[in-house]
Design a binder for this molecule. Structure first.
Ligand code: PNS
Length: 161
């Protein structure tokens, strides 16, 4: 059985993430969406349980998808889950530079683990969790960027300025 991991911060999940999950789920037998803490992104919008709940609700139609969370190195989590492949999305050249670095480090840490990249669908290429967070903070329109499951949990959050 081929197990894939789609890791990320998912704070919050966007429609771009959902598109990637739907495509990635067709490439593996079992896909684990892993909510990991990115130490460079400290100021969060949603709690980890809320991020997991959003992902679970938005992917309920995908029978081979599971949502989990983990604190630590992605390679350690992949080993724990006996995963074969990490799947990441690429929107831009800026993503590529960061992703290349991360994939090479992960390969060095675990040579059995491959990272494969899916190019983000063009209609989602300019959507990011960080822009959603900024729009939430400055009270701009962001509902169109995220699944309903995420909007439900974000709309009542009072962001302190
Ligand atoms: O959605 P993001 O923030 O782009 O996801 C990045 C993430 C969480 C996948 C990445 O930061 C990660 O894998 N963090 C876990 C720690 C780790 O394994 N880092 C890679 C070695 S430097």
């Amino acid at each position: 059985m081929r197990v894939g991991i789609y890791p990320g911060s998912f704070d919050p999940m966007t429609k771009g993430h959902l598109d990637l999950i739907e495509r990635a789920a067709k490439l593996v037998d079992h896909l684990i969406i892993a909510v990991l803490v990115n130490p460079n992104k400290t100021k969060g919008l949603l709690s980890i349980p809320d991020r997991v709940a959003v992902l679970e609700e938005a992917t309920a139609h995908l029978s081979n998808v599971e949502v989990d969370n983990f604190t630590g190195l992605l390679v350690d989590y992949a080993r724990l889950k006996e995963a074969d492949v990490i799947i990441r999305g690429l929107r831009t050249i800026a993503d590529f530079e960061m992703e290349q670095n991360m994939a090479q480090i992960n390969k060095q840490l675990n040579s059995n683990l491959e990272t494969i990249f899916l190019i983000t669908a063009p209609q989602y290429a300019y959507i990011s969790s960080s822009s959603v967070r900024e729009l939430v903070y400055f009270k701009g329109e962001y509902e169109w960027m995220i699944p309903e499951a995420a909007f439900k949990r974000i709309k009542n959050i009072q962001v302190e300025g």
